[in-house]
Design a protein around this ligand. Structure first.
Ligand code: NAD
Length: 479
């Protein structure tokens, strides 16, 4: 598979002539080549978006809805192609890839539903004879920057809601998952998105970032990725007064109180810690268990982790496949070593072969250890003992992050205490920390980001509210 850049409805070679090769994470063989975009390509895409944004911003809701519904049908029809790319390029297991494609189709249908609901408000005016109201207008040109882990879903979410809001968008997919980004271009192009309204430019963030974000025509950046890069992008946006949403990293607490349904908690904790090899922003990577259940939880959870099928992505029942980069394994290995040297217990796992890291459980972790605070982005669950519910809350909030969280208890009063006091953008009672839906306000607090994605919240972020008054009487003026 050889792919060029998708700019203004055409497949164009990169101006620099540079290309990159994608090696399959399924079989280690060459999977495809991609043109690598540079600053000149970025400028071309922004100029095309600027020219197309005006007419697109005036398109009717039903026109945009029809395009998005066609895109959803194409996603369903091409689900095998999408799954193939997600496996080879992003190292997805079959189950994760199927989940991603199904969920993405659902998100696009959700975005289609928003097109007809974009609305303002009327206000009771104190001024006699004045009709006061607001309308929402598209921003114009939006830049979407997406990460590698759910490249179809997270890149596609930005496209779908931006298009629903009436904006033109340029997507810069992760440099390690460019083919997924270009497949999104194929799908939305076939669905009928007009030329210029959508461009997809693979390339290095450091090279393309400033050219895209710094361009005066770009009004908003919708970023999903690490906190480190998010902060850099926020600085550039602040200097140019651009709107921004940041969906960043997490070290999410998964709390199990003494009255919890243990079997259910273990199943949800294993799903939250290990799906996609733990490479999920919402991963329940910090499991905090009240002391009365602690030993039983550690033993049963370790037993569950030890049964997960590890290895080749060719098997449809593989749960733990390869990490995106081999270097990630060394980084995780260092975090585990640091924890063990300070008294943590390695319950299972801890070793790796090539890109594949064994599902790993570490008990007796404390807040002194780096692994308590740092995102591993690998199949590593750490278990921390809490003296009581208050201590569990203190441990949960002892983090610079605040993305998702889960609390397992059957005590309504305690569930309410946690949902109110956990410092996180999302809290799930008796459910996994990994959850998303088409119409909910997805997003974090603290170092996990700002702004929301999903449903009407995306529309609100991606439009401007304009206040309008219409005066029907002659006004009174002081001079
Ligand atoms: P990353 O921050 O390394 O890269 C994300 C994107 O930013 C990529 O497209 C990359 O090319 C681009 N980029 C890098 N430097 C840039 C720059 N200077 N200017 C502009 N763009 C630049 O993240 P990653 O490794 O791809 O993904 C993993 C991270 O993403 C984790 O921290 C994870 O928690 C986070 N994440 C968050 C969410 C969420 O919704 N909160 C979802 C998925 C992943």
């Amino acid at each position: 598979m050889n792919k060029k850049l998708f700019i203004a409805g055409e497949w164009l070679a990169a101006e620099s002539g540079r290309k990159m090769e994608i090696v399959s994470l399924v079989n280690g063989k060459p999977y495809g080549t991609v043109d690598l975009g540079g600053q000149a390509d970025a400028r071309k895409a922004v100029e095309a978006a600027q020219a197309a944004a005006k007419a697109w911003g005036k398109s009717s809701p039903s026109e945009r809805e029809a395009i998005l519904l066609r895109a959803a049908d194409i996603i369903f029809r091409r689900r095998d192609d999408i799954v193939d790319i997600l496996q080879h390029e992003a190292g997805s297991t079959f189950g994760k890839a199927m989940f991603e494609v199904g969920f993405f189709e659902n998100i696009v249908r959700g975005a289609a539903g928003e097109c007809r609901r974009i609305s303002g408000t009327t206000y009771a005016s104190d001024i006699p004879g004045v009709f006061s109201y607001s309308i929402r207008r598209p921003l114009g040109v939006v830049v979407g920057i997406s990460p590698f882990n759910f490249p179809i879903l997270l890149g596609g979410k930005k496209l779908a809601f931006s298009l629903a809001a009436g904006n033109a968008i340029i997507l810069k997919p992760s440099e390690v998952t460019p083919l997924s980004g270009l497949l999104l271009a194929e799908i939305f192009h076939e669905a009928g998105v007009p030329a210029g309204v959508l461009s997809v430019i693979p390339g290095e963030g450091t090279e393309l970032g400033d050219a895209l974000i710094g361009h005066p025509a770009v009004k908003m950046v919708s970023f999903t990725g690490s906190t480190r890069v998010g902060k850099q992008i926020a600085e550039t946006c602040a200097a140019n007064l651009k709107k921004i949403t940041l969906e960043l990293g997490g070290k999410n607490p998964f709390i199990v109180l003494k009255d919890a349904d243990l079997d259910h908690a273990i199943q949800a904790a294993a799903f939250s810690a290990f799906i996609h090899q733990g490479q999920v922003c919402m991963a329940g990577s910090r499991i905090i268990v009240e002391k009365e259940l602690y030993d039983e939880f550690c033993d049963s959870f370790t037993a569950k982790a030890s049964t997960l099928k590890v290895g080749s992505l060719e098997g449809k029942d593989t749960v733990i496949g390869p990490l995106i980069r081999r270097s990630q394994c060394d980084m995780i290995g260092d975090l585990i070593e640091d924890a063990i040297s300070q008294g943590a217990r390695l319950m299972t796992g801890g070793k790796w072969d090539g890109h594949v890291f064994e599902p790993t459980v570490i008990a007796d972790v404390t807040a002194k250890m780096k692994i308590f605070h740092e995102e591993c982005f690998g199949p590593v669950a750490v278990i921390v003992k809490a003296e009581d519910a208050n201590h569990a809350l203190d441990l949960a909030n002892d983090t610079p992050y605040g993305l998702s969280s889960a609390i397992f208890t059957n005590d309504l009063k305690l569930a309410n205490f946690f949902t109110e006091n956990i410092e996180a953008g999302m809290v799930h009672v008796n459910g996994p920390s990994i959850r998303d839906e088409a119409i909910i306000p997805f997003g974090g607090v603290k170092n996990s980001g700002m702004g929301k994605e999903g449903g009407r919240y995306s529309i609100e972020e991606m439009t401007e509210l304009k206040w309008i008054t219409v005066q029907t009487d002659r006004g009174h003026f002081p001079f």
